[in-house]
Write a protein that binds this ligand. Structure first.
Ligand SMILES: C[S@@+](CC[C@H](N)C(=O)[O-])C[C@H]1O[C@@H](n2cnc3c(N)ncnc32)[C@H](O)[C@@H]1O
Length: 303
């Protein structure tokens, strides 16, 4: 399945975009539909040079800010982060007895919220490329934490009931590659939940979020925690939000990767939830039934 999805989504142009896309099940996208980008946002030259510089910069940034990451989250969500993550997991169908992989786990905020629901420590695994973030996560979490990337998940096929990517989608270098990997490790019928901050469409909301992330938050964090890279983190946040591909593009990428029943919900103009389901495996025709049908028709029944 992975090979199919990879072939289907291989970029046809040098810049990594596709003009004609073939769905895994053979449907061809109409010519002239806008090209789908591989990365969630273009290269941000203010922070790193070229697409190869993206991952090293992002790893360095999260390593450097890991000890202050939860403070930034509290300030950004006005303290509602744990409650919101828990309710989003419930809305997506997380229930006791399931296994969950949290991609881009950071300091483990989603994993902790999931544990409140699942109650069994073996049921949650966190994955993140940043050693600094994982170090912080280990302080408060007793679940397996794996250093790795969303584009290459070190797990077997059909392993998890649910996957989460919370506020990490903007940092993935290859959306379609990551979604293909997600589909591979999900059990048939399992779901992927993506939480993100989207660029507000209204000018006033956009101005408020930009000012908060670029000016106010770095100031508060500096007063509370002293100088550090927090200002750089929140400025980078805003730039990745501002330049991120649109919600319909993310939905399209999920569908092209093979997800079914893809939904996007927007709260407060900028809190996005995407859910997609891995289609259940197709049923094999049962031999006995075929034989008995043959027997019926050979006895002269109509049809
Ligand atoms: C903003 S934090 C989100 C942490 C956590 N999910 C939460 O809800 O607070 C983004 C995380 O994505 C991770 N990340 C960056 N690139 C990644 C990649 N290619 N694959 C998986 N995670 C990645 C970063 O190291 C960072 O820990």
């Amino acid at each position: 399945m992975r090979r199919l999805a990879d072939q289907a989504l291989r970029p046809s142009n040098e810049d990594g975009t596709c003009r004609t896309l073939r769905r895994p099940h053979g449907r061809v996208e109409p010519h002239g539909s806008p090209p789908l980008p591989r990365a969630p946002h273009p290269v941000l030259g203010r922070y790193y040079a070229g697409s190869r510089g993206r991952a090293p910069f992002v790893d360095w940034l999260f390593d450097a800010t890991a000890p202050r990451y939860e403070l930034v989250c509290r300030l950004l969500s006005f303290g509602s982060g744990a409650w919101y993550r828990r309710s989003a997991l419930r809305r997506a169908g997380l229930a006791e007895g399931m296994t969950l992989l949290d991609i881009g786990a950071g300091t483990g905020l989603v994993a902790r919220a999931a544990l409140d629901i699942l109650r069994r420590s073996g049921s949650v695994i966190g994955l993140d490329p940043s050693a600094g973030m994982l170090r912080e996560a280990r302080k408060a979490l007793a679940v397996p934490l794996v250093q790795g990337r969303g584009e290459h998940l070190p797990f077997r096929d059909d392993r998890f009931h649910m996957l989460t990517i919370a506020y990490a989608l903007r940092h993935l270098p290859d959306l379609r590659g990551a979604f293909a990997e997600c589909l591979r490790v999900l059990k048939p019928g399992g779901s992927l939940l993506v939480l993100e901050i989207s660029r507000p469409s209204g000018a006033v909301r956009r101005w408020l979020l930009r000012s908060y992330l670029r000016r106010i938050l770095p100031l508060i964090a500096t007063v509370q925690e002293g100088r550090g890279e927090v200002g750089l983190l929140t400025r980078y946040y805003w730039d990745t939000i501002e330049h991120c591909v649109s919600a319909p593009t993310i939905v399209k990428c999920l569908e092209l990767a093979g997800f079914a029943r893809v939904e996007h919900r927007l709260y407060g103009g900028c809190i996005s939830e995407y859910v997609g389901v891995k289609p259940a495996a197709r049923m094999r025709p049962r031999r006995r039934a075929t034989r008995s049908r043959r027997r019926v028709s050979s006895s002269g029944a109509p049809g």
